[in-house]
Design a protein around this ligand. Structure first.
Ligand SMILES: [Zn+2]
Length: 269
């Protein structure tokens, strides 16, 4: 099925407000880090109305901004430093700070105490500084959190940034979902809500109201299980949405509409 040509016809006669009900926002997609040409990937994902491309360091943040200029209105860029790269913060800091005002958000940033590729105190410094930049330039922040729920919660609470925080690739269960809901954060769900080995993430997701949720592919990472040997692709976004539809007992259309509204409010509000 060719969604691009089928959709307008399929929706003919529907009120204009419903026309894009099945359109998704991919809130986290590293389009600048994939091998394939970005135009090919975007063409293959007509159901993705727009997406956010986070940086993992200064160079990839700059590349994300270049894509945002090239695909204006369809691609939006965030500037940040991935916690795995946090040791580079002293030398990357100025370049990233210069990019933040041009970006739609700060990110990604956060803490990864699972891989621990950078010392924890270094990750903490970069994360705190990037949150300060987000406050200074009044931007939402895309937060990576792996095995560091307690620390991330404490820092968000302390900085009072909850309502501007997007917890990317949310992997917490009910306990942490409740605690982060109380902070006012928005949860971005990715592949693990679909292929998580137990029900923990889905039980957490059940507590998250759809107006506090977004969907993402995190492409090229986290490919849905049955094509896991391939790089992930924004065209797979509907699989994440379908998993949430099951969790929330909603239709995919309703999930698409709710998560798109959330993304519009967070990134363009
Ligand atoms: Zn990412």
């Amino acid at each position: 099925m060719n969604l691009q040509s089928d959709w307008p016809e399929q929706n003919a006669g529907e009120p204009a407000g419903n026309r894009f009900a099945r359109v998704w926002v991919d809130s986290h997609c590293h389009l600048q880090l994939v091998d394939e040409a970005p135009d090919t990937m975007l063409e293959r994902a007509p159901q993705v109305s727009w997406l956010v491309v986070p940086g993992v360091d200064a160079t990839s943040s700059q590349a994300a901004l270049a894509l945002a200029r090239r695909f204006a209105g369809r691609v939006f860029a965030a500037a940040g430093l991935h916690p795995d790269q946090a040791e580079r913060w002293p030398e990357e800091r100025n370049r990233i700070a210069e990019l933040v005002p041009q970006a739609i958000a700060v990110g990604e940033t956060g803490l990864d105490f699972y891989r621990n590729l950078a010392p924890r105190h270094v990750q903490l410094t970069a994360f705190r500084d990037l949150l300060d930049l987000a406050i200074e330039f009044d931007k939402p922040v895309i937060v990576h959190c792996r095995d560091a729920f307690r620390e991330v919660h404490e820092i968000i609470q302390h900085t009072g940034t909850g309502e501007r925080v997007i917890m990317h690739c949310w992997s917490g269960g009910p306990h942490w979902a409740r605690r982060f809901l109380d902070l006012g954060v928005t949860f971005s769900f990715a592949g693990p809500v679909l292929f998580g080995t137990d029900d923990m993430i889905r039980r957490g997701a059940a507590l998250v109201p759809p107006d506090r949720a977004m969907v993402e592919t995190d492409a090229p990472h986290l490919c849905p299980s049955h094509h896991r040997e391939k790089p992930n692709d924004p065209a797979n976004i509907g699989l994440v949405g379908a998993a949430l539809a099951l969790v929330w007992q909603m239709t995919c259309d309703e999930v698409a509409a709710a998560t798109t509204d959330t993304a519009v409010r967070l990134f363009h509000g």
